[in-house]
Design a protein. Structure first.
Lengths: 219, 438
C-alpha cells in the first residue's frame, strides 16, 4: 500500500507541514518608489481600501483584482498588491493560499468549476467532471476543477463557467459548452441559471409566468 | 398555505430594480421603522419570534438585544456566504429581490443602532453580487442608504464584500476574520460577536433570509407574524430541495407542515421506481433521517426531537440506488477539504474519517473499523472552536448508527472483491518466482 500523506493536498490546511527556507530573509513591504503597479489596479485597490475602517479588509477584493489582471496570484501580482496595501507579501500569501477561488499556480483563463458535492454527485457530477476534464485536457486555456457546493443544487449537475452558472448539464452538452466558452459566446444560454423561474408554484400570481412543472403534475 | 412573504411574485420582471420594487410598496416598511425608536423596532422583532434562518436557529430579536448599549461603533453583517451543501435559497432571493434584503438590513441596523453594515457574499455568486451592487447604487441614490437616510438622523453605510470560496467563512467568526482581510479561521468564543466582533466592535450577524423577513414583520407587525407557523417556529421558511426528487428547487412553506408534504407534495418525491433511502433535513451537516421520519413536522423543535436539525432548510433526498458508504465518503471529503486546520480534532478527524471510508471501499477494513470510526466522530463533537467538525461527525455518526448493516455488508463484499483480485506481484519477486520454478 502506498503511504498516504498525512494531510493530502485536498485539504485547506495543505502545506502546513512543509518547511520553508530559514536562511532566506522574509520579504519586506514593497517600496512604492521602486515597485511598478498598473494604474488601473492601483485605483481598484485604493477604492476598495476606502470602503472599510481598516485597509486590510480589502485583501480579498485586491487579490481578486490582481488575479484578473495577471491570471493568478503570481509573486508579481502579490508584490503589486502588497505595495499598494502596504502589507507584507507573506501576509497576502497566507490569504491567497486559503481561498479556493484564488489561484496559486498559473492556470487557464477559462474557469470551469464543476460542482461535485452531494446533490450534484447524486445526479452524475463525477462523470460530468471526467467528461469535461477529458474534452479540455489538450486545451491550456481551460482551468477545469472540481468544486465544493456552488449553491445551485436545483440545476444539478451544474458547473460555473467563467462565473456563469449552467445546468442541468449532461455529457452531451460538453462540446458545446467548451466551444461557447472558447469563442466568447454566452455559454449554453438555455441552461443558464439567470433565466430560471422559481420552482415554487405558489410564489407567482397568475400574471407572471409560473414555473411550468416539468413532470406535469401538481400538488 | 398562507400567501408567500418572501417569494411573492418573485419572478415579476424588473423586481431587482428600484422602481418596480417601490411600485409594489417597497421601502414603506423602512419609513415605518424610521418613525419608531430602535427599542420599538426591536420589540416588534422579539414579538415575531423570528428564528435565524442560517443554521443555528437563534432568535433574531434576542440576538439584537445582546448588543451592548452605548455610543461605540457597532456593525451589522449580513451572512450571504451560503455554502452549506444543498442550500440555495439566499441565491434566489438576492438575485431576484435584492432590495428586500437591503431594506431588511437598514431596518435591522436601525434596531441595532449600527451605522456600518456589510454583506459578505460568497465569491462564487458573481451574478448575484453584480445585481446587489447595482441595487445598492440605486438605494444610495434614492437616499435609503448613506449618512442621513430619508432625511432622518440615522446613518446606514452598506458595503458589499465578496469572499473567495471557503465554506468556513459561513461560520460567523470565520466570516469576521475573512471580512477583516485574513484567512477565515474561526475565533474562540466567548467573547461572542455581539460583544466583540468585527474590528473588535459589537456586531450583529444575520443570514440573508432572516434579514429579508424583517420588512414583512414591520409591515404586518410582530404579533401577526408570530401567528404563522407553530409556536416555537414562527413564520414561513424557504426550503431548498435537491438530490433524488422530481422537482428540485426553492419552495416557501409555513413552518410546521409535515416533511412528507414538502418532499412528495411539492418536490414530487424520488424518481419513479425508486424509494427514499435517507434524507438530510437541513443541509449536509444535519444527521440523516429515514423514510420512517417523513411525517415529522418541518420545524426547528420537531426535527431536533427527531434527532436531527432544521439547519439552513436544505433537504437533500437520497434514494435507494446510492450506497451509504459512497454518500458518507462524499460528506467526509467535503469537510476534510473545508476544515481550516486550526483545531486538531477537526483537521485530523475529517482526514482520518475519509481514509477509513476509503479503506472500507478498498476491502481493507474489518467490522471493528466501524466502531473506531464512530468513536472518532464522538471525539470531534464539542472539542473545536467552531462546529465544522461536528457538522461532519453528526451525519457520519448517524449514518453508521442507522445503516450499520449496510456498512458491514459493504466491508464484507469489498474484502471478497479484493481477495479475488490479488495485488500485482512486484517485479523483483516475479524474477524470484520464475527462478524458483525453473
Amino acid at each position: 500500500m502506498t503511504p498516504v500523506p498525512r494531510v493530502g493536498d485536498e485539504a485547506r490546511a495543505s502545506g502546513w507541514d512543509r518547511s520553508t527556507d530559514p536562511q532566506k530573509d522574509p520579504a519586506l513591504i514593497p517600496d512604492p518608489a521602486t515597485t511598478e503597479v498598473p494604474a488601473e489596479l492601483r485605483k481598484t485597490i485604493e477604492e476598495a481600501m476606502a470602503l472599510y475602517p481598516e485597509r486590510r479588509s480589502a485583501a480579498i477584493p485586491a487579490l481578486h483584482a490582481a488575479q484578473k489582471l495577471h491570471g493568478w496570484c503570481s509573486p508579481q501580482a502579490i508584490e503589486q498588491v502588497a505595495c499598494v496595501m502596504q502589507v507584507t507579501p507573506a501576509y497576502l500569501d497566507s490569504v491567497a493560499s486559503f481561498y479556493d477561488m484564488l489561484e496559486n499556480h498559473p492556470v487557464g483563463k477559462h474557469r470551469v468549476y464543476v460542482c461535485t458535492n452531494i446533490s450534484c454527485s447524486l445526479r452524475g457530477a463525477d462523470a460530468l467532471l471526467a467528461a469535461i476534464g477529458e474534452a479540455a485536457a489538450e486545451d491550456a486555456d481551460f482551468n477545469v476543477r472540481p468544486f465544493e457546493c456552488l449553491g445551485a443544487c436545483d440545476i444539478a449537475p451544474m458547473a460555473s463557467v467563467d462565473g456563469v452558472y449552467i445546468g442541468p448539464l449532461s455529457i452531451e452538452d460538453v462540446p458545446q459548452l467548451l466551444d461557447d466558452a472558447r469563442s466568447g459566446r454566452p455559454v449554453l444560454p438555455d441552461k443558464q441559471l439567470a433565466t430560471r423561474p422559481v420552482a415554487d408554484p405558489h410564489a407567482n400570481s397568475e400574471q407572471y409566468p409560473a414555473h411550468s412543472l416539468e413532470q406535469g403534475s401538481s400538488r | 398555505m398562507t400567501d408567500a412573504l418572501l417569494f411573492k411574485d418573485i419572478d415579476e420582471p424588473g423586481l431587482n430594480t428600484l422602481p418596480v420594487y417601490e411600485a409594489r410598496g417597497g421601502y414603506a416598511a423602512l419609513r415605518k421603522a424610521l418613525a419608531m425608536t430602535p427599542a420599538d423596532v426591536l420589540a416588534q422583532l422579539e414579538a415575531s419570534g423570528l428564528r435565524g434562518r442560517g443554521g443555528a436557529g437563534f432568535q433574531m430579536g434576542k440576538k439584537v438585544s445582546f448588543l451592548p448599549q452605548g455610543s461605540m461603533s457597532k456593525y451589522l453583517v449580513c451572512n450571504a456566504d451560503e455554502s452549506e451543501p444543498g442550500t440555495f435559497k439566499d441565491r434566489e432571493l438576492m438575485q431576484k429581490n435584492p432590495h428586500l434584503l437591503i431594506e431588511g438590513i437598514v431596518i435591522a441596523a436601525h434596531a441595532a443602532c449600527a451605522e456600518r453594515s456589510f454583506i459578505y457574499i460568497r465569491g462564487e455568486y458573481e451574478l448575484q453580487a453584480s445585481i446587489l451592487e447595482a441595487a445598492l447604487a440605486e438605494a444610495r441614490e434614492a437616499g435609503y442608504l448613506g449618512e442621513r437616510i430619508l432625511g432622518s438622523e440615522h446613518a446606514c453605510l452598506l458595503v458589499l464584500h465578496r469572499g473567495a470560496g471557503a465554506y468556513i467563512c459561513g461560520e460567523e467568526t470565520g466570516l469576521l476574520d475573512s471580512l477583516e482581510g485574513k484567512r477565515g479561521n474561526p475565533r474562540l468564543k466567548p467573547p461572542f460577536p455581539a460583544n466583540q466582533g468585527l474590528y473588535q466592535g459589537p456586531t450583529l450577524i444575520n443570514n440573508v433570509e432572516t434579514l429579508s423577513t424583517v420588512p414583512a414583520i414591520m409591515t404586518m407587525g410582530g404579533e401577526r407574524y408570530a401567528e404563522l407557523g407553530v409556536q416555537t417556529s414562527t413564520g414561513t421558511k424557504l426550503v431548498s430541495i435537491s438530490g433524488h426528487v422530481q422537482r428540485p428547487g426553492n419552495y416557501e412553506i409555513e413552518l410546521g407542515i409535515p416533511s412528507r408534504e414538502i418532499i412528495y407534495g411539492l418536490a414530487g418525491g424520488p424518481p419513479e421506481g425508486s424509494e427514499i433511502k435517507c434524507w438530510f433535513p437541513g443541509g449536509s451537516s444535519a444527521p440523516v433521517l429515514t423514510p420512517d421520519d417523513l411525517d415529522v413536522p418541518y420545524d426547528f423543535d420537531s426535527l431536533a426531537n427527531a434527532g436531527s436539525m432544521l439547519g439552513s432548510g436544505a433537504i437533500i433526498v437520497v434514494d435507494d440506488s446510492t450506497p451509504i458508504v459512497d454518500l458518507a465518503l462524499k460528506v467526509a471529503m467535503f469537510y476534510r477539504h473545508e476544515s481550516c486546520g486550526k483545531c486538531t480534532p477537526c483537521r485530523e478527524g475529517t482526514n482520518w474519517t475519509v481514509k477509513m471510508l476509503q479503506r472500507i471501499d478498498a476491502g481493507q477494513a474489518t467490522p471493528m473499523d466501524l466502531d473506531i470510526m464512530a468513536s472518532v466522530q464522538e471525539h470531534i463533537i464539542g472539542n473545536c472552536l467552531c462546529v465544522l467538525g461536528d457538522a461532519m461527525a453528526m451525519p457520519i455518526g448517524s449514518m453508521i448508527a442507522k445503516f450499520r448493516e449496510e456498512f458491514e455488508a459493504h466491508i464484507e463484499t469489498a474484502r471478497m472483491r479484493a481477495n479475488l483480485t490479488p495485488p500485482p506481484v512486484p517485479a523483483d519477486e516475479q524474477a524470484l518466482l520464475a527462478h524458483g520454478a525453473s
